[in-house]
Design a protein. Structure first.
Length: 228
């Protein structure tokens, strides 16, 4: 569960990134986060990851109030949140298997656990036959699947996907959506920031829209226009 309770973020420059935003996302939901560039979507994601902290208000993840976490507690929060980026952020010198394994290594998983878990996740995203492949030998869609596998490998309760289809053509983007929806059906909550009207409107779900730091729309199955 994610809850924003009158959450505001004002940068030192005076820019108000979020302005008294309140909403709840229940466990197992798939929610789109939309809005123009600069509207506050990325700031919202950064707050969830505690890359930024609130100016006022509260944010809860799995009933834990995260704005008061200490520096030592933040890594435990991030284990419950899997992050998928538009530009993949993969380690180019490592293989597919090694990229996914790295996410387990940094949280102290044993080699036995890694050898067991990574193949399961690669199979889940359709990359079982690519485990030993170099990243540069993969298509854009395959690289995004590696990114999803890496986000999923530590069994997070929430996947945060920041424009995960932004660098992909529509056909490949729809395949990535198939993967995210499959993960969601297994019980993982998904919050996906996107500008892709074709995806939002062809696969309707709950839609949150941020404009100038404020939550201006929260509808089930809402239609999204690129000008929104």
């Amino acid at each position: 569960m994610i809850e924003f309770d009158n959450a505001s973020l004002i940068y030192q420059t005076g820019t108000k990134a979020l302005d008294n935003v309140s909403f709840k996302i229940e466990k197992g939901e798939f929610v789109y986060l939309t809005g123009k560039s600069g509207a506050g979507k990325s700031s919202l994601m950064k707050l969830l990851m505690r890359e930024e902290n609130l100016t006022s208000g509260r944010i809860y993840v799995d009933s834990v109030e995260i704005s008061s976490l200490t520096r030592n507690e933040i890594p435990y929060l991030r284990r419950s949140l899997g992050m998928v980026y538009q530009d993949f952020k993969l380690l180019r010198k490592l293989t597919v298997f090694e990229n996914v394994a790295f996410a387990m290594q940094i949280v102290g998983a044993s080699q036995k656990a890694i050898r067991h878990r990574v193949p399961i996740v690669l199979d889940q995203v359709g990359l079982s036959n690519k485990a030993r492949s170099a990243i540069d030998n993969l298509s854009g869609g395959e690289q995004q699947r590696v990114s999803i596998a890496r986000a999923l490998v530590n069994k997070p309760t929430v996947i945060l996907a920041d424009e995960p289809t932004g660098n992909l053509d529509l056909l490949v983007a729809m395949e990535i959506m198939d993967t995210l929806e499959s993960i969601n059906r297994s019980g993982t909550t998904v919050l996906m920031a996107t500008h892709a009207a074709e995806i939002v409107n062809s696969r309707p779900k709950r839609l949150l829209t941020i404009d100038d730091g404020q939550l201006v729309r929260d509808v089930e199955g809402g239609v999204y226009h690129l000008g929104d």
